[in-house]
Design a protein around this ligand. Sequence first.
Ligand SMILES: Cc1ncc(COP(=O)(O)O)c(C=O)c1O
Length: 426
Amino acid sequence: MFNPYEIRNDFPVLNRIVRGRKLIYLDNAATSQKPKQVVAAIARYYLWHNANVHRGLHTLSQEASQLYEEAHDAVAKFINARSWEEVIFTYNVTEAINLVSFTWGLPNVNPGDEIVVTVMEHHSNMLPWRKLAKIKGAKIVYVDITNGGELTFDEFEKVINRRTKVVAVTLMSNVLGTITVDVVKKVSKLAHEYGAIVVADGAQYVPHAPTDVRDLGVDFLGFSGHKMLGPMGIGVLWGRKEILEELEPFKSGGDTIKDVTLDDVVWHDLPWRFEAGTPNVAGAVGLKAAVEYLTRLGMDSVREHERELVKYTFKRFNEELGDEIEVYGPKDPEQRGGVIAFNVKGLNHHTVGMALDMFGIAVRTGMHCAHPLHYRLGLKGTVRASYYIYNIKEEVDELVQALKTITMLKDKLQTGEVDERVCTGT
Ligand SMILES: Cc1ncc(COP(=O)(O)O)c(C=O)c1O
């Protein structure tokens, strides 16, 4: 097990004073902070190796190309892909899913076909499928959650049939924290029996738990580098080689081809066929450093650390806040990751978020790009605290203490009488 107190030294931002207090960063589901090692790798690349890739015979271009290819390889190993050729760098997970919906969806989905999507999806794994369905005259079929915020295999079994072409499912909810991996494994088997593909959104899972694409059994998996210590602007689409090889590029242009005549084009090998134009080499280098950082910690330990923080949060919420607070999603920390959405009874989520900021605590408020899920739960929004490797129990204590103060000031907060000085005690 790693020592989170030591890890914090790698993240200078955690020493920032916000609103007169030491920053407590609990918005990791939106984006994680970046360790010095990742920033240094990016700086090293730009200061010593910068050149365009795959286009030059000169030394710098070869170095940049090698670094870029090594990044694919590092990511492939991180998710236990069969080959680095199955790893396509995208802008983010949103682009990764759009890539699949266009390149696989357009030629394979036809009028009357069905696309299965869960109500728990982030918009990024829902809207691309709705767009595809609209273009192709296909139907979206939704899978509901239980009242406890979980997905069950039974619900998928009811809707997957010979008309199903795609099943789009998250590995972990960015609101409820629900981990769905066991269900997704079974769903993959069932979907394949009917010739459908399974597209998994790993945005919240891959950064926080060991991921093995072969064991998952899905056909595509997307995730974003910026949620796993990497820089913004680099994401990953992993896909089965045999499927990717059949597809045409998403965007075409430089680097996607082997040859072009005025009448014809021969597409490039994997993964270059899907990486049009000058890529984000520095982003890839940063992502490789991030993956190495996480691998050094051990993804089992990352998962364990967050499970402990969730357990501790639930305990402290119960002890200190009782009925004042409503927490959503599975109650069992084994079934969920380090994302905790809640509301303070009688207070708007944005009010709570702004009040927490006065304590130097960064959380996310709103519907977290999952509006249908919030409507399903009958909620106008939630406050979301989300953890990562550098969060510590003392920060949970601070969160609980701040929430206690907020509940005590509820009347004043409701009428807008509280200002910054009240919450910071100055
Ligand atoms: C589950 C899930 N899917 C997709 C996304 C979209 O990520 P990005 O904006 O990096 O494409 C997010 C981001 O919050 C997410 O939590």
